[in-house]
Design a binder for this molecule. Structure first.
Ligand SMILES: [Zn+2]
Ligand SMILES: [Zn+2]
Length: 282
């Protein structure tokens, strides 16, 4: 059987689409009556403007949830993108060789069995998108549909999520999922980010993170309902010293320290529970 092309589009709500880029990462297109929004830019194997044009001819802005290579890889296809200032430097030097390694790793994990793609599909560019500031409380009015930005640091210092009250969806990037990685931040910072999501829990029913159908899994779904509370519980127990911190196989065979509870695993740096001068979340 012929493999699929490098992307797969699924409708997850009215006027709401997820673009699964070859199992590498997910992008979302959200439409209002006047404008649309593209959330994240994938690894950059796809002609994004052509793919977005398949689901909308509305003008649109581009928001990056955080500055990891699997979400900024395609950013250079746009003149300007919204990204939090704490992650904005990542746009300066998109690590294309690291991206190629990432594609190869996920390919071997199963993506190559499903998608017709290889690292040579990555669209390298010397261009650097202009970073427009993304911050707490910002809104994108799409016409009859407003998406609000909340700051959800922890996975990266500048991680942000978007809340769509109309379709009651949280677009959480990599900030809150079954395998939450606390990277470049303290556990206390991660807990603050999760608390911020918790404070808006009444506004959403589904939590779509920045990966659907990871590697070769042909699956499109939101995170289990308990993910947020489980992740908060893990952070609380790490900070109060009662967590069982164990060594696990992290991404691509790298060892990591982690705590498991319920549906969630949180990977952390045990040396970085709370930063100097940081106000405790509890
Ligand atoms: Zn990430
Ligand atoms: Zn990611």
């Amino acid at each position: 059987m012929a493999n699929l092309t490098t992307f797969q589009i699924s409708e997850i709500a009215k006027d709401t689409y997820v673009i699964n880029e070859a199992g590498m990462s997910a992008m979302f297109v959200v439409k209002g009556s006047d404008r649309a929004l593209l959330i994240d830019c994938g690894v950059g194997m796809t002609d994004l403007k052509a793919v977005v044009a398949m689901v909308t001819d509305l003008p649109y802005d581009v928001v990056i949830t955080h500055g990891h290579l699997d979400h900024i890889g395609g950013a250079a296809q746009y003149e300007e993108v919204y990204i939090h200032k704490a992650d904005a430097d990542t746009l300066q030097a998109i690590p294309y060789d690291d991206l190629a390694d990432y594609v190869e790793n996920l390919g071997k994990m199963g993506a190559y069995d499903v998608y017709h793609c290889s690292p040579t599909d990555i669209r390298r560019s010397d261009k650097v998108s202009k970073a427009l500031d993304l911050h707490e409380g910002m809104t994108f009015d799409l016409g009859g549909r407003i998406l609000e930005v909340i700051e959800t640091p922890g996975h990266t210092p500048g991680s942000c999520s978007l809340i769509d009250k109309k379709e009651r969806i949280l677009f959480s990037g990599d900030a809150c999922n079954v395998n939450t990685l606390c990277l470049g931040c303290s556990v206390n910072t991660l807990l603050k980010g999760l608390d911020n999501i918790k404070s808006r829990e009444a506004d959403f029913d589904r939590n779509f993170n920045g990966h659907v159908g990871y590697a070769g899994m042909p699956l499109v779904s939101s995170m289990p309902e308990t993910v947020l509370d489980d992740a908060i519980h893990i952070c609380e127990t790490i900070l109060d010293g009662t967590a069982d911190i164990v060594e696990v196989d992290g991404l691509f065979g790298r060892k990591s320290m982690a705590v498991m509870y319920g549906a969630v695993r949180v990977c952390i740096d045990p040396q970085r529970l709370i930063d100097d001068g940081e106000a405790p979340a509890r």
